[in-house]
Design a protein around this ligand. Structure first.
Ligand code: BES
Ligand code: ZN
Ligand code: ZN
Length: 478
């Protein structure tokens, strides 16, 4: 099968048809079907034993890398539908002139790979497996090597994202803290530049992580505190930390979730999944900075031993937290993982957390909320998100709301005293544990970590692997 992206340009479409020597009947059909190369228009036909697809991509000047991804995602869906084993990409309409071939290669490989992803390991009757074996790209030979290099980079970004999707999709009965820790161990085993430390409960107790320990108390699954370190081969230019919320199941605890509020809560380790997805790519993607990955992994369960509303716990910095609601558990565990990350001597921390339902109310399910105490860090992350096609929107660390997290008996309380702005007050809670000297950004990914329906041509329903591609862009720009 040959895939032709077609720009919205009558003259060039006519030229293409004459180059391909299509029959008059096909030309006629193209006219009756009014194929003009408008965005997402499709026209398919066969000539001398090969089948051809024209995929409209709109006007050249309006094309963005995201359009490349959507086109590749469309192709992927076509491949799945018709079980194609080999495809050729005729990219001349895109590669002529000044287009950024490197990013084109990256985006096509990335989105094609992501679009072929399905989580079907638990289906006993699997749909016919993906049998794509060959992809041919027609390019001038002088451009081939570089294109291939960035194609491979796109593949790595996709593979990291797919690991994160797999972890989010895995049911919580299997996707335990132990399972998450094993993933980290596997990553380190496959890459000599990554070291991993798994702290067990006794060590966590020694470090005084009573906030994390408090949330874990109700669960029979042993907790794991995961610390990964990637070191570049040359001297590191900077030291940063990626911290992920790692609640492998959020029942709400004693403030148990009601209705269908608990149904999807296997996704509550989405932040941790993203951190592991990023680390899994460092065999191929090699940032020039030292990177620490930090995950406090446990379940949030009710039991006779569970933490109670009204209890007070102290994190490893000694800051006391009043538990107003056991379902606001993520910020409590993060109070310890953020404190631990700061002890590693990093200059910058980015945390990712499926933190609040309020974030979905504010921004809908496609956008992550971004908060930062440093404007330049926020700008860099927004720029990276723009390149990766992931949706991120900056929100304020509103000083006016800080007092809503006040507790009458402890240093801070884990639920605010007002209903509105719940994603903001959660971010302000986290900021209380960040030293002024640290550049910190928080991504509330409660919405985009999981797609309840397919999000676009390359993101099927289920775990999205949100943040992996944005963080990799950001790390490579460092
Ligand atoms: N894990 C949830 C947040 C969440 C909700 C993520 C929906 C993804 C989809 C979090 O632990 C939680 O339960 N937050 C509470 C906080 C409240 C008790 C202050 C919430 O958002 O309702
Ligand atoms: Zn919760
Ligand atoms: Zn949660």
């Amino acid at each position: 099968m040959v895939f032709y992206p077609v720009l919205e340009d009558q003259v060039k479409i006519n030229k293409l048809l004459s180059d391909l020597k299509v029959s008059a009947s096909i030309e006629k059909r193209l006219q009756t079907e009014k194929f003009l190369g408008k965005k997402d228009q499709v026209f398919s036909f066969s000539t001398d034993n090969k089948s051809v697809i024209f995929y409209g991509t709109g006007q050249k000047q309006k094309m963005t890398p995201e359009n490349w991804r959507q086109a590749a995602g469309f192709l992927g869906q076509h491949i799945l539908k018709y079980h194609l084993s080999s495809v050729a990409l005729e990219l001349s309409s895109w590669t002529k002139g000044s287009s950024d071939l490197e990013r084109l290669g990256h985006c096509l490989a990335e989105a094609l790979t992501l679009s072929l992803y399905r989580f079907d390991k638990y289906k006993t009757q699997q749909e016919e497996n993906n049998i794509l074996e060959n992809i041919f790209v027609n390019l001038e030979s002088s451009k081939k090597n570089n294109f291939k290099k960035f194609w491979d980079q796109g593949l790595s970004f996709a593979q990291g994202t797919i690991l994160a999707r797999d972890l989010v999709n895995e049911p919580a009965g299997n996707m335990t803290p132990t399972f998450l820790a094993q993933q980290a161990l596997d990553i380190a085993k496959n890459n000599p530049q990554v070291k991993v430390k798994i702290l067990e409960k006794e060590q966590v107790e020694k470090l005084g992580m009573h906030a994390f320990l408090g949330i874990d108390r109700g669960s029979v699954e042993p907790l794991k505190f995961i610390h990964l370190v990637y070191s570049p081969k040359i001297k590191a230019k900077d030291k940063i930390a990626l911290v992920g919320k790692g609640i492998t199941f959020d029942s709400g605890g004693l403030n148990i979730k009601v209705g269908d509020g608990m149904a999807d809560m296997k996704i509550d380790m989405g932040g941790a999944a993203t951190v592991l997805g990023v680390f899994s790519t460092f065999n191929d993607v090699k940032p020039k900075v030292e990177i620490h990955g930090v995950i406090a992994a446990c379940e949030n369960m009710p039991s006779g031993n569970a933490i109670r509303p009204g209890d007070v716990v102290a994190n490893m910095q000694g800051k006391t937290i009043e538990i107003g609601n056991t379902d606001a558990e993520g910020r409590v565990t993060l109070a310890d993982s953020l404190a631990y990350a700061q002890q590693q001597g990093v200059s910058t921390i980015v945390d990712l957390a499926t933190l609040t339902g309020a974030c979905i109310v504010a921004l809908g399910s496609d956008y992550a909320a971004l908060y930062s105490n440093q404007e330049s860090l926020a700008k860099d992350l927004l720029k990276s998100a723009n390149l990766s096609g992931e949706r991120i929107w900056q929100m304020p660390l509103a000083e006016e709301y800080r007092e809503l997290n006040k507790s009458s008996i402890a240093d801070i309380r884990n639920i605010p005293s007002a209903r509105g702005g719940g994603s903001i007050t959660a971010a302000l809670f986290l900021e209380e544990f960040i030293e002024d000297s640290i550049a910190w950004a928080h991504l509330d990914i409660a919405g985009p970590a999981y797609a309840e329906k397919p999000l676009n041509h390359y993101t099927p329903l289920g775990g999205v692997g949100f943040g992996v591609r944005t963080l990799l862009e950001w790390l490579l720009a460092k």
